[in-house]
Write a protein that binds this ligand. Sequence first.
Ligand code: SAM
Length: 216
Amino acid sequence: MTDWEPQRIAMVETQLVPRGITDERVLDAMREVPRHAFVGPGMESSAYGDHALPIGEAQTISQPFMVALMTQELALTGREKVLEIGTGSGYQTALLARLAEQVFSVERVESLGRRAQKTLEELGYTNVLIKIGDGSIGWKEFSPFDRIIVTAGSPNLPASLLDQLDDPGAMVIPVGNQGFQELKVVHRESGSDTLRNAGGCVFVPLLGKEGWDSAG
Ligand code: SAM
């Protein structure tokens, strides 16, 4: 059986550290979570490359650097309740599960959500709950959340997600048009929100009631 650990370590040293990922908990998690287990069969040897990869259903597992950057922006300590929108392969979910207390993740494509759930179960993650549905409206039942991460590009900041963010709290979300977005970081403290741009990015669209119209 292939030992992928050297590739994970190389990924961290060549793609993440030189580009400013400094959170040691994030770097450690990325040295440990087996990214190759979340890509399709036959794609394992590409899993640690410096790019996104297709995961079926016209969706992607994001580039390792983008996953690391978004996770670092959440500044997780291990005690947070996190809402993730766009489970995809479940790779980002696995990192969140290692770095936070509880993860609630919503995926609109059933086959992807089910496959991610199976992979996460096989790897032994027990603090993740996955729902199939429209995550642009959040997951009210379990709100408020200390952190929210959206891994699909949104036309704006969805009001439901802002409603479901706790105070203090933080949310990272790519906002822009369908070809290009800015990674926005919302920080909520003592009743007021501040918004920061953390760089440009390209994500598949967030489809749904408070995202892009799935019909068009
Ligand atoms: N973080 C994922 C990973 O590590 O594999 C990659 C996520 S992929 C870039 C974006 C995902 O968002 C896709 O799986 C897509 O189906 C999902 N998505 C798009 N709109 C959604 C919505 N309204 N609710 C939930 N998931 C959505």
